[in-house]
Every structure is written in C-alpha cells, then in structure tokens.
Design a protein around this ligand. Sequence first.
Ligand code: C2O
Ligand code: CU
Ligand code: CU
Length: 503
Amino acid sequence: MSVSRRSFLRGATAAAATFLGQPQIRASETRRFVNALKIPALLEGAPGAGGKLYELSIAAGKSEFLPGIPTPTLGINGAYLGPTIRCRAGDRVTFRVRNDLTEQTTLHWHGLHVPASADGGPHQIVEPGAVWEPSFEIKQRASLCWYHSHLMGRTGEQVLRGLAGLFLIEDEESLSLRLPSEYGVDDIPLILQDRRFNADGSFDYLSAMPDAMMGYKGNVILVNGTADPHVVLRRQRTRLRVLNGSNSRIYTLGRDDEEDLFVIGSDGGLLEQPARLRRVRLGPGERVEMLVDMQTNQTVKLMSYPDRVTAGGMGPGMMMGGMAGNTETFPIIELRAARLETTDLSLPGRLIRVPSWTPAQATRTRTFTLDMPMMGMGMGMGGMMGRRTMEGLMGINGRSMNKSRIDVQVPLGSIEIWEIRNATPLTHPFHIHDIQFRVLDRDGDPPRPNERGLKDTVLVDPDSAVRVIAEFGDFADPQHPYMYHCHILEHEDAGMMGQFVVV
Ligand code: C2O
Ligand code: CU
Ligand code: CU
C-alpha cells in the first residue's frame, strides 16, 4: 500500500472515530495503578447427596469503582460480578439461582456442554423472586469458562451492570502438569471490561449512537471490577487466566517490556503445546490462559496494543473497518513482583491431547453469514444516527433472532463444519453454545497458535470466513434450542443470533 493511501486511511479512520464519538481510553498515567486487584471469591459448592450444590443470588447493589463515587450495579452473591465457581470434571453440580432483582434475568453457562434446558439462555428466564435450579454433570476437561446473563434483548445491559462470573473446571490431568494453580496467588483470574461513567457515578450505557452499532466502548478499564489495578506477584511464574468480559472491545494483549507471553490455554482448555507469542488478540467472550515469568522487584504492565486492522475497501465500510479493532495503546494492569519464591521454570513441551476432527469426518457444512443490512446502501449513516438500539436490524443469513423460530437442526452425534462469513465492515466474535469446536482455518490459512485448542468463540474479521468443526454429542432435545450468536452484546441484542436444536 502506498504511503499516501495509508496516511489517507489513517486520516479517514481518525475522522470517523471523531465523527462517531468513540471514547478514548482515559490515561491512567496520573493514577498509577493505585488499587489492589480484587480477586473474585471462590465458590466450591456444598457436597450433598446429589453432588455439589452452589447457591447464587442475583441482586442489585452499589460498587465504588471511582474514588468516592458509588455506582449502582448488579451482582451475584455480591454487589458486582459473581464468585468464581470451581468444580472438577465428572462432578454432578446443582445451582440454586435466586433472582432478587425487580426484573427478569437468566444465567447462561458459557463454554459448558450441558443439556439445552439447563443452558440458561434466553428461554430459561428467572422471574423476579423466583429460583431456577438446573443440575448437570461436568462432561468436559479442565478449562476456564464463565457465566452471565443472557436475557433476550437485554444481555448487554445486564452484563454491563455486573451479571457475570468465572466458571473454573479442574481435572487430574491438568493438575498433574504442575502448572501454577494456587487460586489468587500464582493462578490469577483477570476479567477484562471497559466502562463509561455518568457524572453521578452510574454506568453510561447506549447514550452514544455508536454503542448500538459498533458495540459499547468504555473509557475506563476494569479488571475484576477494579479500576487502575495492580497485583503483587509472589512466585517467579504466574498463570494469568484472562476472560474478555467486555461487551464489545477486542484487546491485543502484550507485555510492555516486549517479552513473550507463554500461552497455554484457550476457551475450552489447555493447548497441545505452549505457544510463545508477543501479542494475543482476545475478543469478547474469549479466554486465554498464559504464563508470565518475572524477576524480583520487576514491574511489568500488561497492555493492550492496536490491532493490525484490515480496512475493508472504500466508503463507510472502510472507516468502520478501520475501527473494527483497537487503535489505542493502553495499560490493563500493573504486575508487581515482590520478593519472588523460586519456582520450576521449565515448561512441558506437550500439555494435553486436544480432540480434533478432520473435514472428512464431517457430515455437512453449514454457512452462517453475519449481516448488518442497514449498513449497506439503503439506510446509510444518516438514517442510523437517531437510533438508540438496533433491535431487529442485525441478523445471520438474512434473519434476525426470533425465539419461536428454530434455524438449524443438528442430528445427535454428528460432526459438522460451520463456516462463518463476515460480510460486514466490523470484526465479530462468533459464539456457539453446547459444543467446543476446533478452528479449521481462516480464509484458508491455519488458525493462530493460541487458537489451536478447543474453543467456543472465534473472531471473524471483515470480508473473511472462518471454518470451525465440532461434534454435537450427548444431549438431544427437540424442544429446547441452543444459541449461536455474535458476542458483541449489542449485536446479539440487535438480533445477530440464531437457534439450533440437536435431535
Ligand atoms: Cu456468552 Cu450465548 O453467550
Ligand atoms: Cu455461551
Ligand atoms: Cu457482531
């Protein structure tokens, strides 16, 4: 690309950013990472006759993110976010989910392979004052999953206000690898979220036109609900388990000292082998597990860096394409090494065997094209300006989400390839309930090293197609659908979601 075209693109992107009022991350230079990172409480479940019982109460509360300013929030067993649910592969678990809100909600187990009736999606509504009690067996291996509200049309708002938490599954195999696994000490969860605040301290949501179309972006980064966070590390090697719990922001993680990250896990568990990477891109809903080695008294910032963005041609598309990812460099958290206990710094060359399927095993390929029809010729930018939500204006294969329509029927036990095509100028994180898939390819190229494990969410860039493959086993139910959708929550709420049943 010629220099003049490149600088033209950059200029156009900046112009579009100003035009669309995308907030810039507030510089945290002056605030110096003053707050100790909060670590979500562990919830192990009470052993009983029927397995482990977990009590979860959803309620409204107040949280202080900014000094001296209370923010109205929602939380699970607390004012904001929820506890880290921990269990073992093979466990029988029961959740007693109480809704103490004055509004409906749901809790979806993102990444878990469970019967559709227990999935916690838009059909499993918990009314105010009611209790929902799903029970299932943990039929998957060690992984970092999560849970969050999935109320039709209001997921973005409820997750933003705080209805999310981590779901940690352990198993013998992963524990035998002697990776750091002391929760909160050398095994540290990081839930990344961005928020904007009104002057009265409340969260600012959907007040800006670009929120609904581009996805909500905040200008303050919260980690586990902590603004300007630091964490003091005590061992030479620390495992960071990172969830991108943001509504729409994509992060490109890296260390500010430009050392490599050792990626060991993706959404659905460990990789076959560690991947040394300078940068790791993480879309909404995705998880990454990585090892960070430090020396005594060293201070390192975990950063987010600009994406290499694919600009998608000319016109508004190009401008949006330029905004599909991050254009900013900003710190997420400061890692402070105290006097470090020495730990074994060798790394197993091989971690686990990850299930894989070949295209030859697949009985069929389905295509899912992500649509934002109003971005085409018809409506144009002007027509969208006044809208606060895009409800019903986004879709998949030309159709917007409809709770009473089943879009896809998958025969039980079949292996299928799902090809996700992105005809829009934005990057979308595509998520499938029920299963964990392998990424086959992206525009014919092999997936990135950090994507070579089991996954349930994958980024699909503009003008690009990603093929994933999975087996739809165990749970057939013609009545209760699972969802597939874009995990930009504003897009999901606008209808970029569909339903499948396994029969
Ligand atoms: Cu993370 Cu359908 O959800
Ligand atoms: Cu999910
Ligand atoms: Cu999307």
